[in-house]
Write a protein that binds this ligand. Structure first.
Ligand SMILES: [Zn+2]
Length: 328
C-alpha cells in the first residue's frame, strides 16, 4: 500500500516524501495531533518506505520487510511503549533502545524507533533520549508520537522535526469507509461524523457498537433532561458499572451537547456529529440556553477526567446527572 493510498494527511505526507526523495531524513520526528487520526499509521508507512525492498522512497506493503514492519518483528524497527503493567516509559528502556540504535542495521537501511505515546516517558527517560538526540547514532531515525507537546521537555521537542496532524475531514473518512468497507454512503456519513476525524476509529467497528449504545444513552439523557430524579440515579448506577463504558458515554455526551450548541447557533445539520438525531437536537436547542449547554459540555469533559483518575464512577456520574437536572 503506497503513500497515495493513505487517506488524509496530505501535508505531513508531502514533507516526508520530499525528505525521502532527497535522502534528507532528520534523526528525529515528532508527530503531534489528536488521538486516532493516523499518526501511527504514517509512522509505520515511513518505516516501511525506508525498509521496503520493492519500491524506492515508497512502500509496497507486500514484501518481507514491509510485512515485518506491519507485524512488528522487523529487526531494524523498534517500538517503545510502557512495559506490561507500567504507566511510564523508563530510563532503562530508553538506554536499551539507544544501545540497539547504535548497532548497524541488520537487514534494513536504517535503525528506526517509534516512541508512542512519547509523553509517557518520565523526565529521566526524556533526558536520556535528549542525550541520544544530541549525538544521534548514524543511520538512525526516532519518531516520537504525541497528542501535544505539553508533556515533553522543550529541549527534546526542539531536537525533533515537528509534523502536525489534524482530524481527517468528514468527506475523506466517508470515501475511506465506502472504499474499504463497502459502506452505504448515508451510513458512512453517520459513522464518519461520529469518528470525529479519526479514520482508525471509523474503520474499527467500534462505531457500529457506538451507534447502538447511543440509543440507550439518548433515552437516559432525555429522561434526566425531563427532570426525572430517579432516572438520574438509575442512569448513574447502570452507566457507572464499567469504566470503559462510562468514559465512552461521557465522550459521546460532550459531543451531544456540542451538537445542540452548534445547532442552536447555526441551524445547520451538516455540522452535527449525531446527524441522524436532528429532530431531538432541534427540540433540545430550543430548550437550553447556550450558557447552560456550555456548562453541561464542560461538566461531561471534567467528569471524564475525574473518572480517568479513578474516582468513584457511580458518584461522579450521579453528580454529572444531577447537575444536568439543575441545568434544565
Ligand atoms: Zn515493501
Amino acid at each position: 500500500m503506497p503513500f497515495r493510498e493513505i487517506f488524509g494527511h496530505d501535508k505531513p505526507l508531502a514533507i516526508l516524501r520530499r525528505a525521502l526523495e532527497r535522502d534528507r531524513l532528520p534523526h528525529a520526528y515528532l508527530f503531534v495531533g489528536p488521538e486516532g487520526v493516523g499518526k501511527k499509521t504514517v509512522a509505520l508507512a515511513l518505516a516501511q518506505a525506508i525498509q521496503c525492498q520493492e519500491i524506492a522512497n515508497d512502500f509496497c506493503g507486500r514484501c518481507a520487510d514491509c510485512i515485518r514492519v506491519t507485524h512488528r518483528n522487523h529487526p531494524d524497527f523498534h517500538e517503545l511503549e510502557p512495559g506490561p503493567g507500567k504507566k511510564e516509559i523508563s530510563i532503562q528502556q530508553v538506554r536499551d533502545l539507544e544501545r540497539e540504535l547504535s548497532l548497524r542495521p541488520f537487514c534494513g537501511r536504517r535503525k528506526i524507533a517509534v516512541v508512542d505515546p512519547a509523553c509517557l516517558m518520565n523526565t529521566a527517560a526524556q533526558n536520556a533520549l535528549l542525550k541520544t538526540l544530541e549525538e544521534p547514532p548514524q543511520g538512525s531515525l526516532i519518531i516520537l508520537i504525541s497528542t501535544s507537546t505539553g508533556g515533553l521537555l522543550p529541549t527534546l521537542v526542539s531536537r525533533c522535526v515537528r509534523l502536525f496532524f489534524t482530524p481527517v475531514p468528514v468527506d475523506v473518512v466517508v470515501e475511506l469507509l465506502v472504499a474499504r468497507k463497502g459502506a452505504q454512503r448515508e451510513q458512512a456519513r453517520l459513522l464518519a461524523n461520529l469518528a470525529m476525524g479519526s479514520p482508525g476509529r471509523a474503520l474499527s467497528g467500534e462505531l457500529d457498537l457506538l451507534v447502538e449504545r447511543r440509543r440507550v444513552w439518548l433515552e437516559k439523557i432525555a429522561a434526566v433532561g425531563a427532570g426525572d430524579y430517579r432516572a438520574a440515579l438509575a442512569a448513574a448506577e447502570e452507566l457507572g458499572a464499567a469504566k470503559e463504558e462510562t468514559l465512552r458515554f461521557l465522550e459521546w455526551a460532550e459531543g451531544w451537547y456540542r451538537d445542540i450548541m452548534v445547532y442552536a447557533v447555526r441551524k445547520d445539520d451538516n455540522q452535527l456529529l449525531n446527524r441522524d438525531c436532528e429532530e431531538v437536537i432541534r427540540q433540545q436547542a430550543d430548550r437550553y440556553s447556550l450558557e447552560r449547554l456550555l456548562v453541561l459540555r464542560s461538566r461531561a469533559a471534567r467528569t471524564a477526567a475525574r473518572i480517568q483518575r479513578n474516582v468513584n464512577r457511580r458518584l461522579a456520574l450521579e453528580n454529572f446527572f444531577l447537575q444536568t437536572l439543575r441545568a434544565s
